[in-house]
Design a binder for this molecule. Structure first.
Ligand code: NIG
Ligand code: FE
Length: 417
């Protein structure tokens, strides 16, 4: 494998630090090296330091001049629903007229309408759509995503989605961590108890036997899965060896955060309605909150999760897009950074830590990605700006200049001058 040296970054944002997710004031410590350089050998970071020092050790490495741009780890998006068919333009238009997510779901839109389209799509067709989504992530500077199933809701359709995710991993440079979300909604054709039984006795054993997922997730919400049903699914998943994530307290506070703490989950996601009791529960077992402000924004709500209180409580906060066709149709981590800073009083530095190294730990990949330190993969992005704060400041503007995965350039912005 070839070697690569990137020199003269205005700021090399390394995120170097302790080998664990960052909390409190550590969230603001980005390990920035001015006029920084990076040496990658065999796909991994060998050195990160001042350009004049790295330059001395480049040997026969190919040299890329960053010309005063920002270089930082690729974003790690720890919550996406990457594989689905079609879109939800009807829902979008209804919402623009003031209807709520719950009203639209009752009227035939919502998750169910995407389930119908996804069931009807062939594996080949789903893969083609997923490839398009994967490319969108790379264009936004994301090099790793978590990807959930959840738009199949039968044994065969859930497995179909997870197989598409597995195939996608083979065919695109984006790194992908799969999550089983069979408990995303209750399908129309069966009762909730019958479906619970299918998830627990049919889906989970197949998913784990075929090693199709690292995590199990559940949508714990009024009208979807209640606390007891969610506990049942998560307990069985855990026994079968999966780590746990959960969509909790998104639309109502049902005690979902407390359940995730009780289950020793890796993450509790959404948390828009979580109160101080829920935050204290998460802290007790160090569950990582995954906050997804894109879905709050796209649903036209103003109830963002209490990020500041979570940081003050010492939680290792994560930011993600929640990319999906219904509540959060964006693959853009820079947009999420903007929302975190403008709506959740997070600083740009905190938002970057939450969307790189902390996100990596939330996917059990903290030893391999999320920061630019020796031994980790050379997954990084050159952004067309001089100061990392510009990523959250200029919003709606693509600033990606080039994207590298394991030291290979996988995307270059040719429109750039
Ligand atoms: O994370 N909350 C549940 N699931 C998704 C929405 C999925 C959809 O609307 O298709 C979410 O917001
Ligand atoms: Fe989600």
């Amino acid at each position: 494998m070839s070697s690569l040296a990137v020199l003269h970054a205005s700021q090399l944002v390394t995120l170097a630090g302790p080998k664990r997710p960052r909390v409190g004031p550590e969230l603001s410590e980005l390990g920035v090296i001015r006029d920084g350089g990076l040496l990658i050998r065999n796909g991994k970071v060998e050195r990160a330091g001042p350009s004049h020092e790295v330059e001395k050790t480049v040997g026969d490495a190919k040299i890329v001049n960053a010309r005063g741009r920002v270089v930082m780890p690729g974003f790690v998006d720890a919550h996406t629903h990457l594989v689905f068919a079609g879109n939800r333009l009807e829902d979008f238009e209804r919402r623009s007229r003031g209807e709520t997510y719950e009203q639209i779901a009752k009227a035939g839109g919502g998750i169910w309408s995407t389930v119908e389209k996804t069931r009807a799509a062939s594996e080949t067709n789903l893969l083609a759509q997923a490839k398009k989504h994967a490319n969108w992530f790379l264009r936004c500077g994301t090099t790793t995503v978590e990807a959930k199933s959840g738009y199949g809701l039968t044994v065969e359709d859930e497995l179909k989605i997870l197989r598409v995710i597995r195939q996608l991993k083979e065919e695109v440079p984006l790194e992908i961590v799969p999550t089983f979300l069979g408990a995303h909604a209750i399908p129309r054709e069966v009762s909730s108890d019958e479906y619970l039984d299918v998830v627990v006795t049919k889906m989970l054993p197949r998913v784990t036997a075929e090693k199709l997922a690292d995590f199990c997730d559940v949508f714990c919400e009024r009208g979807y899965f209640n606390i007891d049903q969610s506990r049942k699914i998560l307990s069985v998943a855990k026994k079968l060896g999966l780590s746990l994530r959960g969509h909790v307290d998104q639309l109502t506070n049902s005690g979902g955060a407390t359940l995730m703490a009780e289950m020793r989950a890796t993450t509790a996601d959404h948390l828009e309605q979580t109160d101080e009791q829920g935050i204290a529960a998460l802290k007790k077992t160090n569950v990582q909150p995954v906050l997804v402000p894109g879905s709050v924004y796209a649903l036209g709500s103003s109830r963002y999760p209490r990020a500041r209180e979570m940081i003050e409580a010492g939680l290792a906060i994560v930011l993600a897009t929640d990319f999906n066709p219904g509540s959060s149709p964006t693959p853009s981590m820079p947009m999420v950074l903007s929302l975190a800073c403008t709506q959740m009083t997070m600083s740009p530095a905190e938002a970057i830590t939450a969307s790189t190294v902390n996100a990596a730990y939330s996917l059990n990949r903290g030893d391999a990605i999320g920061s630019l330190e020796p031994g980790k993969f050379g997954n990084f992005v050159i952004f067309d700006c001089e100061d990392y704060r510009e990523l959250a400041y200029w919003f709606g503007l693509p600033q990606t200049h080039a994207v590298y995965v394991r030291g290979e350039c996988v995307l270059k912005n040719n429109g750039d001058t």
